[in-house]
Write a new protein. Structure first.
Length: 432
C-alpha cells in the first residue's frame, strides 16, 4: 500500500511540475523577450550537472522549463532537480521576495511554499559564509532552541538592528524571542547578508558546526541524485550577484563532485539581462558545450574551468557598452558626451568584440535596430537621471548618480553593474 501511495504521489508531483513548467514556458515570453542559444548542447545525459550564473531569481524559472519541456518531458527519471536558497523552503519567503506590504504581506508571511518547491524537485542548499539573517536565526533555533534575540547576537549587532528599525528601547528589543524576530514586523532585517560572526562567541561556534553538518547532508543528497543518473541544476556562485560580476565559485561544487562515484558532465549556462531599457527587457540564455570533469582536477582547476565556461557563454549588450563608455568619460574628467560620439564608441567596441568571438546582442550590428536600441538606452538613462539633456545635441553625465558607491545592485547602480558584467565577460576571454 505504501509503495502504491508513493507512486501516486510521484505521478501527481510529475504532472504538477509539468503543468507549472508549461505555465512559465508560455507566459514569461509574454513579459520578457527571451532569446535562447545552444539548446543542441544539452543532451539530457544521465549524471549531468547544469551550472548557471545567478543574476535574478528568474534564472531558474526561465531555464528549467526550457530544458525540461524540450528534452525530458517524457523521461521522468531525468527531470531536473535543482538546488535553491534555503529560505525558499521557509515561511516568509513570498513577503520578502516580492516586497509585499501590509495587509497582504502579513497574511502571506506565514505561508510556507517549501512543500510546493519540493514537489518540483527543488532541494535546499545553505550558505556557510553569506547567510541571510532569517536563515541564520533558524539555524540557531534548530541547534539551540528558541532564545531571546539579546542572548543570541552581539550587543553591537543588536544596536545596529534597532537602528535600522528605528527602535529606541534596545533592551525591550533584545527580549523578543527568535521566533518573534522571524515575524512580519522585522522583515526589513531578514534579507540582510551576514555571517555567524554576529552571534555571541560560544553560540557562533556551535551554529557553525551545525551549518557545516547541514550543508554536508544537502550536498550528499545532490551527489546521490547524480550517482543515480539524475540531472541537477545549481548556481556555483552560491548567491545572487550583488554587483554584476561573476563571483568566485563556492567550494561546495568541488565537494559535491568529490562525493559522486560517477563521471559527471557539466553543462554551463549563462543568463544575461539587457535591463537598461524602457521597453520589454531582453533576456539572453546561452548554453555552452557540455564538458566532463577531468580526472584528478584540483579544486582550483575545477572552479576556474566552470567559471570560464559559464561566463564566456554570456552576451554583450547595449547597456554594458553604453555604461562602459559613460564611466570612461567620467574617469577622463569629461561630463558631456555627444550623441554621435556615444554611438560611434559603442559601434566600434561591438565590432572589436565580435571579431574576438564574443556573443553580441544582434541589434548592435544592425544599423536600424542599433539606432532604436541606442535611443531606448539614452531614454532609460534620462529617466533615471543618469544622463541629462544639454545644448547642441549633447548629454550631461550625472557623475554623482553614476558613481553611487552605497549600492551596487542593478536597480540602484545600473551603470556600474552593467560595466562590471561586461568586464567579467572580457576577463573570461582574456581581453581585460
Amino acid at each position: 500500500m505504501g509503495s502504491f501511495r508513493q507512486k501516486i504521489g510521484e505521478a501527481g508531483g510529475t504532472l504538477f511540475a509539468d503543468f507549472l513548467a508549461s505555465v512559465f514556458y508560455f507566459t514569461l515570453p509574454l513579459i520578457y523577450d527571451i532569446r535562447l542559444r545552444g539548446m543542441r548542447n544539452y543532451h539530457a545525459s544521465p549524471s549531468t550537472l547544469v551550472t548557471i550564473n545567478h543574476k535574478r531569481d528568474l534564472d531558474i524559472l526561465i531555464i528549467t522549463p526550457n530544458l525540461h519541456l524540450r528534452k525530458t518531458l517524457f523521461k521522468n527519471k531525468l527531470r531536473l532537480h535543482f538546488l535553491g536558497r534555503d529560505d525558499l523552503f521557509e515561511p516568509g519567503f513570498l513577503t520578502m521576495h516580492f516586497a509585499l506590504n501590509w495587509p497582504l504581506g502579513k497574511t502571506l508571511h506565514k505561508i510556507n511554499i517549501g512543500p510546493l518547491m519540493k514537489a518540483l524537485r527543488a532541494h535546499p542548499i545553505s550558505n556557510l559564509v553569506h547567510k541571510r539573517t532569517n536563515s541564520l536565526m533558524r539555524d540557531v533555533i534548530q541547534s539551540n532552541g528558541t532564545l531571546k534575540l539579546g542572548d543570541t547576537v552581539r550587543q553591537e549587532t543588536l544596536e545596529e538592528f534597532a537602528r535600522q528599525l528605528g527602535l529606541v528601547n534596545i533592551a525591550e528589543f533584545g527580549d523578543i524571542s527568535l521566533r518573534e524576530f522571524l515575524g512580519y514586523d522585522y522583515r526589513r532585517l531578514h534579507e540582510t547578508l551576514i555571517d555567524t560572526g554576529i552571534l555571541k562567541e560560544g553560540l557562533s561556534r556551535k551554529v557553525r558546526a551545525h551549518s557545516l553538518k547541514t550543508i554536508e547532508s544537502q550536498l550528499q543528497a545532490a551527489a546521490d541524485i547524480l550517482d543515480g543518473g539524475g540531472i541537477c541544476l545549481l548556481a556555483p556562485e552560491g548567491r545572487l550577484s550583488p554587483d554584476g560580476r561573476f563571483w568566485p565559485v563556492k567550494s561546495g561544487l568541488y565537494r559535491l563532485l568529490s562525493m559522486t562515484g560517477v563521471d559527471v558532465k557539466i553543462l554551463p549556462v549563462n543568463a544575461t539581462y539587457d535591463f537598461m531599457t524602457r521597453k520589454k527587457m531582453r533576456i539572453y540564455i546561452g548554453i555552452g558545450e557540455e564538458v566532463t570533469v577531468p580526472k584528478g582536477a584540483t579544486k582550483i582547476e575545477l572552479e576556474k574551468l566552470v567559471q570560464k565556461r559559464i561566463v564566456s557563454s554570456g552576451y554583450v549588450t547595449m547597456g554594458q557598452l553604453g555604461s562602459e563608455c559613460l564611466l570612461q568619460k567620467i574617469k577622463s574628467g569629461e561630463l558631456y558626451i555627444d550623441k554621435a560620439e556615444l554611438s560611434q564608441h559603442i559601434t566600434e567596441r561591438a565590432l572589436i568584440l565580435q571579431k574576438h568571438g564574443l556573443y553580441l546582442d544582434d541589434r548592435l550590428t544592425k544599423p536600424k535596430q542599433f539606432d532604436k536600441r541606442l535611443k531606448d538606452f539614452t531614454n532609460y538613462c534620462l529617466s533615471r537621471r543618469i544622463l541629462e539633456t544639454a545644448p547642441a545635441e549633447t548629454l550631461m553625465i550625472n557623475a554623482d548618480k553614476v558613481l553611487n558607491s552605497h549600492r551596487t545592485d542593478f536597480r540602484q547602480n545600473p551603470v556600474q553593474y552593467s560595466c562590471n558584467e561586461l568586464h567579467s565577460l572580457l576577463e573570461a576571454y582574456n581581453l581585460l
